[in-house]
Design a protein around this ligand. Structure first.
Ligand SMILES: [Zn+2]
Length: 314
């Protein structure tokens, strides 16, 4: 959340009436004093508190939120709502609901744990597309978490332009967490044989071995592919899941997926390729390890990287 750190420092500087470099200096001094035991994000929050700035009474923007922040107040639009789930873990049972929230600066995942909050969703009092006011949330693993001391209610504010485009955070594989939308720069070190399955042309759900859809009965199924490969970024390696609709991002054609001879040739080309791999980290239930579900693959453009480094240095 490097960008978020920058946004937060901007805000602290503005509220304190100080220069941004002055805040940066204070953050570094604080970290040095604590022998680097505190993150930049954490140190910035301590500096803010020492300057008498409390964010707990203020409305924040999504891009200003950093790890460890508490008392978070935002007004956001629910752009993607996932079903309520029940869990039973280590003798503790309860419910949880996840959603993606957005404002005019960015978007992020929000997780609700309180049974009263969850009832609002179960009873359709709050739904996807609604604008809500959040009070007293906290940031954990780059997600906004609401507990029983938090508040959520429909807002009368009108958020017209929200950032629905997912912002992937560039991360090292060793630092990823389940649910993160990440961008990994790495090298393809292993590629497995593609697996095929068949889906219904109507609803795009998997069909049975007999070619029957649960809803549409006997259909002419469409063949689709799934590809697994492994990317290494020098810190660790990560298993990648690539679905049919994203195959062209690896320049893999249907012919190549259908013929093992053509596929093996393509595999030779792809092994050792370096790229940015963006998507969401999910847990593989069978192996119990994280996997990256690809939403985007971009070539590493050296010229662009140099340009980026130059502007950062200024
Ligand atoms: Zn169907």
């Amino acid at each position: 959340m490097q960008q978020n750190y920058e946004q937060l420092v901007d805000r602290i500087a503005k509220e304190a009436g100080l220069d941004k470099t002055e805040i940066d200096r204070k953050v570094e001094a604080k970290r040095a004093k604590l022998s680097g035991l505190i993150s930049k994000e954490g140190a910035a929050q301590v500096v803010a508190a020492e300057l008498g700035i409390s964010f707990e009474k203020q409305k924040m923007k999504i891009t200003e939120l950093v790890q460890g922040m508490r008392g978070v107040n935002v007004v956001v639009k629910i752009i993607n709502l996932f079903p309520v789930r029940s869990f039973d873990k280590n003798g503790r049972s309860g419910k949880v609901v996840n959603m993606i929230i957005a404002d005019d600066t960015g978007n992020m995942k929000m997780v609700l744990w309180d049974i009263n909050h969850i009832a609002l969703f179960e009873n359709n009092k709050i739904k996807q597309g609604d604008i809500v006011e959040i009070k007293n949330g906290s940031i954990r693993n780059n997600e906004l978490h609401l507990g029983s001391f938090s508040e959520i209610k429909i807002s009368s504010e009108n958020l017209t332009e929200v950032k629905t485009e997912i912002s992937y955070l560039e991360k090292k594989i060793k630092d990823i967490g389940i649910g993160n939308a990440v961008k990994i720069r790495g090298i393809i070190v292993q590629i497995f044989e593609p697996r095929s399955f068949e889906i219904c042309p109507e609803c795009r759900k998997k069909v049975s071995l007999e070619g029957e859809c649960e809803t549409h009965g006997k259909v002419s199924p469409i063949k689709r592919f799934l590809l697994n490969f492994v990317v290494d970024d020098g810190t660790e390696s990560l298993r990648i899941v690539l679905f049919n609709e994203h195959m062209e991002k690896l320049k893999l054609s249907d012919e190549e997926l259908n013929s093992s001879e053509l596929f093996l040739k393509k595999r030779e080309e792809l092994l050792g390729k370096e790229a940015f791999f963006s998507g969401t980290i999910r847990k593989n239930k069978m192996f119990n390890n994280p996997e990256l579900f690809i939403e985007d693959i971009k070539e590493v453009d050296i010229d662009e990287l140099i340009k980026e480094l130059e502007t950062k240095g200024k």
